[in-house]
Write a protein that binds this ligand. Structure first.
Ligand code: AMP
Length: 210
């Protein structure tokens, strides 16, 4: 699993690692955003919380992940991105698979860098790729597919500050929960995305060997 503050690059890295290892990328944020877009009962339930930068309830998100992990594509492994986000979620996860089977990589990025990154993060409304865009790049549209580049509603500066505060309060205990395990590694996320990917791949290989 990849853990770290919002905007640390977990989503980008998780997608890359999942592709390289041919295993599914399970992002709770993506699942919830798809539900909001589809206006499903789940989406209607969580839309307000997400827009305000809060966390959806532990019970709801844990059931969602538990269900997802029953799908057969997870048998050879999977990447979790955005879950667990509270100590209670981490405890629940340990009941879904043997605790020692999880490899945990923390992507470390300081707060100032997060606020800077998120204020310029845009997501394509067509291919869903996240990217950094200035005003000109935003006007030109997605360089991958030509779609519109939009700011995620929860990337507005006030919401970012709220999400960071939430992270410090509830998610830092998640890092503490795993920190003493032999299968835990922390890496510096303030580097080019390719260097971070190489580091994550190296950690995964090392933690699998140990
Ligand atoms: P993310 O894309 O991971 O930043 O998630 C976007 C939003 O989805 C978060 O700000 C939360 O509102 C919600 N969310 C995603 N994962 C979780 C989780 N594990 N627990 C609670 N809320 C979550």
């Amino acid at each position: 699993m990849l853990i770290g503050p919002p905007g640390s690059g977990k989503g980008t890295q998780a997608a890359r690692i999942a592709e390289r290892l041919s295993i599914p990328h399970i992002s709770t944020g993506d699942i919830l955003r798809a539900a909001v877009k589809a206006q499903s009962p789940l989406g209607l339930q969580v839309a307000g919380i997400m827009a305000a930068g809060g966390l959806v309830g532990d019970g709801l998100i844990t059931d969602l992940v538990r269900d997802r992990l029953t799908v057969s594509d997870t048998r050879r492994g999977f990447i979790l991105d955005g879950f667990p986000r509270t100590a209670s979620q981490a405890e629940s996860l340990d009941t879904m698979r043997p605790p020692e089977s999880f490899l945990v990589v923390l992507i470390d990025v300081p707060d100032e860098e997060i606020v800077k990154r998120m204020s310029s993060r845009r997501v394509c409304d067509s291919c869903a790729i996240s990217q950094t865009a200035d005003a000109e790049a935003e006007r030109q549209g997605c360089p991958y597919c030509g779609g519109n580049l939009l700011r995620r509603p929860d990337d507005h500066p006030d919401t970012v500050r709220r999400r960071l505060a939430t992270y410090t309060e509830t998610c830092s205990p998640v890092a503490d929960y795993y920190r003493r395990r032999p299968s835990f590694a922390a890496i510096d996320g303030v580097r080019h995305a390719d260097a971070v990917t190489a580091d994550v791949m190296e950690c995964v290989a090392r933690l699998r060997r140990d």
